[in-house]
Structures are given as structure tokens and as C-alpha cells.
Design a binder for this molecule. Structure first.
Ligand SMILES: Cc1cc2nc3c(=O)[nH]c(=O)nc-3n(C[C@H](O)[C@H](O)[C@H](O)COP(=O)(O)OP(=O)(O)OC[C@H]3O[C@@H](n4cnc5c(N)ncnc54)[C@H](O)[C@@H]3O)c2cc1C
Length: 435
């Protein structure tokens, strides 16, 4: 609890090659100031724990800043479903298409791809689907409460989403996915003709059908929301230190972080929420977790580029258009290209070109291009659980396409681990040891 004695014994971890001269000792250190880290900070600070977030760039300045802003509570289907795997050859044939793999990266990626393929096997797929559906129920309840507690509810847009199909065949192919969602009580309505045009005026006539999901929500701007939730966490006592964490070590008593300037910090417990870089830190603690990154691209156009009524989803092309308070965001796609390769903004441009065809009145000028790193596990289920060798370390990463959506639920689950409480969801599917 805040103000309580800190139990870390300097000498033990000093034996592992770390200086005992720590400037800071916290109950809990969190590595990563993305949406997962800051939601965790909010829950832990509310519970009266002494929390410090470490990040090399700031609060929600990387992947959590530029995403598509969806609270995609109905998005429960793991990516490795048959429909997607069937699309792979077509998608891979287009170098700027919805999915790309730089050939030089393929050998490194191959083990992950094999796991991804296996995750699509019926039994495994069903288990991931059930886990995600449970997580999403928690996600919605926890976000609505956290928005209220943090005073950020006005940032929520509740106008649903509209998924669009260019042919009867594409629509029919989507039906099994909608049937799966229906099993978990997710509401939707298939629309065409005037009903479709009413939901989004100005759409290209190439779209013959759509599915409206009323429970889908978006936020005014994910970066602004992240910073506002952080301001709330700070008001409850959470602290921030701008630093790159180079090394981590832990035992059953606590953890030591070594920062880029060589100084160390100690904590009774450590949460690793470092997005697409988390596996590098987990490896230092003896856990090999198959985390990859699905890099995504977009362009944010100035407000007024087009009157988009709600989030539009073009699944066949792997991108979405989201109306934000700060502009119109066009993008998505997946590039399985690792964390080191520089961005290829031709992808953002290709998506914008498509958007112009789909919304013929769209003004494409004045946009800001962006790339982010989705932290992705092969079964599309995040890792939330304790490290193998130290109960004092909790992992929270790998949320893939759904990190914004699942952040508050993850915050709740981390708090439950820290306090030793019964988990709100079955923790087994999220276990770091499942691979
Ligand atoms: C194009 C695109 C669209 C998306 N749309 C949506 C959407 O609509 N809805 C949704 O729910 N999700 C969406 N996502 C996914 C979502 O953005 C991510 O899942 C989420 O942002 C991941 O959050 P995070 O906190 O785990 O990671 P990050 O936001 O990447 O934060 C991790 C932080 O850790 C820091 N860090 C890493 N290593 C270290 C270190 N050694 N020392 C110090 N700091 C370190 C990084 O600097 C970073 O700030 C989208 C992603 C992309 C790319």
C-alpha cells in the first residue's frame, strides 16, 4: 500500500549484477506507458498502491496513440479463422494489399506463422473464441466504469459500426462469423438498399450489403483518451519516469530495472506492458513468448474530409475509416515485418487511394501518415499472467488488434493478480506458459 515499507532487499538482486543504489523503490513498476500500462496504473493507483510507469517516449505516444479508436467489443473472432486463411494467397499477391510479409523477414517469421496456422484448428479456435468473448464482456463493463471514474465518458461515441461487402459472395462468406458472434449475444443487423445508404450517405454503389453493429463504440481520439486516463491515474498517485529499460531481473522478493543511463530502480512487483517489445524483456526473465508484430498503417485527414457517420469497416480490404474528434482516420492493414524495419508509407497511401474509391467525395489532402506495432500472439489472445520464475512479475501484452478495447479489463486482471484475488475471467487461456 502507498507509504508502506518496501520489502526489496538490495543485496539479493545486487548479486545478479545490479547496483543496489536505487533512486526509486516502488510497490509496483510498470514498463510501458501505452494504453495497457496506463490502465493498469489507474487500477493499481486507485487501490492505493504506489505505482511508477517507465516509458522511453511518454504516455501513449506510440502504437496506442494512432490506432483506429474502436472499442471493438464484438470483435471476438481469433484472426486464424478459416475465412482469413483462405484469403491469404490473394492478399499476399498484392504487395500493398491488406497483408504483406517482406520476403527477407519470412524465415524469422516462420515459427510464428506455423503457430498461427495451428491456432486455426477447430478445438483451439473455439477455445480462443470463448476466451475472447469472456474477455470482451469484462472489457465493456470495465471501460464503461473507468470512463465514468476518470471523467472521460464524454470521449465515447456510441454510433456503432458498419461493415461493408462488395458482393453477395463476400456477404455470404461473413455469415458464419456473425453466427459465432450471435452465440455470445452480440447484436447486429444486416442491411442493404436505403437502410444501407441511410447509415452512410455517399458510399460507392459497389457496396451491395452491410452489417450494422449497434454495440460497437469508438473514442474521440485514442491518444487523448490515453492521456486523460493517465491524468486520472496521476491524480490517484501514479508516477511517471521517462526512461528506456535495458535490463530486468527478478526473484521471489521483487524486481530490479536497469535503465539506459545505467541507474537501477527496484520494485516489489513488476508489470511488463511494453507492447511489441515485451518478449525481449520476458526473455531476460527466462520466458520465451512467441510475440510478433502486425504493423499497421493509416492516414489521419483533417476534419471535414468526409462526413463519416460511424466507423466503416472494409474487411475484404483490411482497413477501416473512423471519424475522430481530431480528424478522419483511414487505415489498418497488416505487415508482418518485425520491429526494426523502417515504415513503408506507400501502404498508407494505398489505403487512402482505396478510401477515395469507396467514398467518392472524400478529400484526401492534408493527411498525416502513421505506422504502429500491434503486439500479436498466434492465437490472438493476450498474455496476462505471472512470469514462470518469479511471482512478482506480471506480463500484460500481446493484445494485437484489440489493445485499446481490452485495456481496462487488463487493468482489472492485473490488479487481481497483484492483490491475489480470484480472477474475473478464467486465467488459463491467457497464461504466459500456454505456448
Ligand atoms: C493501425 C492500427 C489500428 C488499430 N486499431 C485498434 C482499434 O481500433 N481498437 C483497438 O482496441 N486496438 C487497435 N489497435 C491495436 C492497439 O493499438 C494496440 O493493441 C495497443 O495500442 C497496444 O498497447 P500496449 O500498451 O500494449 O503497447 P504500446 O502502445 O506499444 O505501448 C508500449 C510502450 O512500451 C514502451 N516500451 C517498450 N519497451 C520499452 C523499454 N524497454 N523501456 C521503456 N519503454 C518501453 C514503448 O515506448 C511504448 O510506449 C490498432 C493498432 C494499429 C497498428
Amino acid at each position: 500500500m502507498r507509504g508502506s515499507a518496501h520489502v526489496q532487499d538490495d543485496s539479493k538482486l545486487a548479486n545478479e549484477g545490479h547496483s543496489p543504489s536505487s533512486a526509486l523503490r516502488a510497490d509496483i513498476a510498470i514498463i510501458g506507458g501505452g494504453i495497457i500500462g496506463i490502465c493498469a496504473a489507474a487500477f493499481l493507483a486507485e487501490a492505493g498502491l504506489d505505482v511508477t510507469v517507465f516509458d522511453r517516449t511518454g504516455i501513449c505516444e506510440e502504437t496506442s496513440s494512432g490506432n483506429a479508436a474502436a472499442f471493438a467489443f464484438s470483435d471476438v473472432l481469433p484472426l486464424a479463422h478459416k475465412g482469413m486463411i483462405r484469403q491469404l494467397p490473394k492478399w499476399l499477391a498484392d504487395p500493398l494489399g491488406p497483408l504483406s510479409i517482406p520476403p527477407a523477414y519470412l524465415p524469422k517469421l516462420l515459427p510464428w506463422l506455423i503457430r498461427f496456422w495451428r491456432a486455426g484448428a477447430p478445438g483451439k479456435y473455439e477455445a480462443s473464441l470463448t476466451a475472447q468473448a469472456g474477455m470482451m464482456k469484462l472489457a465493456e463493463a470495465e471501460w464503461m466504469d473507468l470512463l465514468d471514474r476518470s471523467g472521460t465518458r464524454p470521449m465515447l461515441r456510441e454510433d456503432g459500426s458498419l461493415e461493408l461487402y462488395e458482393s453477395e459472395a463476400e456477404f455470404r462468406a461473413s455469415l458464419s462469423g456473425w453466427a459465432a458472434r450471435e452465440r455470445f449475444g452480440i447484436g447486429f443487423r444486416h442491411v442493404e438498399g436505403e437502410a444501407l445508404a441511410g447509415l452512410q450517405p455517399g458510399l460507392s454503389p459497389r457496396f451491395v450489403k452491410g452489417t450494422f453493429v449497434p454495440g460497437w463504440k469508438t473514442v474521440a481520439d485514442p491518444k487523448l483518451l490515453g492521456k486523460a486516463v493517465w491524468a486520472y491515474a496521476q491524480s490517484r498517485g501514479a508516477r511517471f519516469e521517462m526512461a528506456r529499460v535495458e535490463r530486468v531481473a527478478a526473484d521471489q522478493e521483487g524486481a530490479v530495472l536497469t535503465l539506459a543511463d545505467g541507474s537501477t530502480r527496484q520494485a516489489r512487483q513488476l508489470v511488463i506492458a511494453a507492447g511489441a517489445w515485451s518478449h525481449l524483456l520476458a526473455r531476460q526473465l527466462g520466458d520465451r513468448i512467441p510475440l510478433e508484430t502486425e504493423r499497421g498503417y493509416n492516414t489521419t485527414l483533417p476534419k471535414g474530409a468526409f462526413d463519416v457517420k460511424r466507423q466503416l469497416i472494409f474487411s475484404g480490404h483490411g482497413f477501416v475509416i473512423t471519424p475522430l474528434e481530431t480528424g478522419l482516420r483511414v487505415g489498418g492493414a497488416v505487415e508482418l515485418g518485425g520491429i526494426d524495419r523502417p515504415p513503408n508509407f506507400d501502404r498508407s497511401k494505398a489505403l487512402l487511394q482505396k478510401a477515395r474509391k469507396f467514398l467518392p467525395g472524400l478529400d484526401p489532402s492534408g493527411g498525416r501518415e502513421w505506422m504502429g506495432f500491434r503486439p500479436s500472439l498466434p492465437d490472438s489472445v493476450p498474455v496476462i499472467g505471472r512470469a514462470t520464475r518469479s511471482r512478482q512479475v506480471i506480463y500484460a501484452f500481446g493484445h494485437g488488434h484489440l489493445g485499446l478495447t481490452q485495456a481496462a479489463a487488463t487493468g482489472r486482471l492485473i490488479l487481481e493478480f497483484v492483490l491475489g484475488q480470484t480472477s474475473s475471467v478464467d486465467p488459463a487461456p491467457f497464461s504466459p506458459q500456454r505456448f
